[in-house]
Design a binder for this molecule. Structure first.
Ligand code: SF4
Length: 291
């Protein structure tokens, strides 16, 4: 029989909300070292890092906006996704009671808050995938509202930006998206970019790209080079942490390509704030581990 993983999902939510991943923290610390001593940019990053330490110590949310919970669950054959969904929803309700999550879900029309982070079948967002083997892997990302608001989707070609249907066009619109943020959405951020797909799949894939580690390299050397170039050029815009100016506007760029119709060339840019909360849980042979 399928085990009840409510407690394990609850711990996944707690860790995600209160304990920034090591790769993100390291990247912010490195950014702090690059900024000028005594600058507003360095001060902003000091505040961020203090906050990260306090949240971890006290098991309290890293940011008051605990964001939209986005789950990806890869499960072995035979598992009931209806059961898993119930367990995840119950874990989210309990996490809200314990204040790991702020009550964030409101009715689209009335604005009424459900007060427990549930709603329709899209809240929390849960994606399931059946995979080979016996291991269940659950990824969670908490995507804040401020950074979600500055995401953008482009349809190439874009005459105003002189962006054609090629990777140079992708570079131009990605930098336009960063420029338009001007530090809003709580820079330094990380860019998740999807090239291709339709409008819906493109935005979903741009968020999936954000589940990658900041330290990894895109296996496609062409995209790897583009990721580096966009990050480097974004950091020359002098927008800086929280828009105070400085050397770090983005921590990294992650790009994913999707097949597309010949008639369509979408580029979706999802922006993730410095509170880059994502965690992974593994369940195998009744053992649970978190990364
Ligand atoms: S954008 Fe991120 S850091 Fe800024 S308020 Fe929202 S969740 Fe917090």
């Amino acid at each position: 029989m399928q085990p009840d993983l409510t407690e394990q999902f609850l711990e996944l939510v707690r860790l995600t909300s209160t304990d920034l991943p090591a790769d993100v923290e390291k990247s912010i610390r490195e950014a702090r070292e690059r900024e000028e001593n005594g600058s507003a940019a360095q001060g902003a990053l000091d505040t961020v890092l203090n906050n990260v330490e306090m949240a971890r110590e006290n098991s309290t949310p890293i940011c008051q906006d605990t964001g939209t919970p986005i789950f990806y669950v890869s499960h072995p054959q035979g598992w009931s996704t209806r059961e898993l969904r119930k367990q995840i929803v119950n874990a989210v309700i309990e996490a809200t009671k314990r204040t790991y999550l702020r009550p964030n879900s409101v009715n689209a029309i009335t604005g009424l808050n459900t007060k427990n982070n549930t709603g329709d079948e899209h809240y929390p967002t849960i994606h399931f995938k059946e995979v080979d083997g016996d291991k269940l892997i659950a990824d969670l990302m908490l995507k804040g509202g401020g950074c979600e608001n500055v995401g953008a989707q482009y349809k190439l070609p874009n005459a105003k930006l002189e962006a054609g249907r090629d990777l140079e066009g992708v570079r131009k619109v990605a930098l336009d998206a960063v420029y338009n943020c001007q530090g809003k959405g709580c820079a330094p951020g990380t860019l998740g970019i999807a090239i291709g797909g339709d409008r819906g799949s493109s935005f979903v894939a741009s968020k999936e790209a954000l589940f990658r580690s900041l330290n990894d390299t895109n296996p496609d050397p062409v995209l790897a080079e583009l990721e580096e170039r966009i990050t480097e050029q974004a950091n020359q815009l002098d927008i800086g942490p929280m828009g105070f100016g400085g050397k770090t506007t983005v921590l990294g760029t992650k790009i994913k390509g999707l097949h597309r119709l010949p008639a369509c060339y979408f580029v979706s840019v999802s922006y993730m704030c410095w509170a880059y909360r994502r965690r992974r849980m593994f369940i195998e042979n009744n053992e649970t581990t978190y990364a």
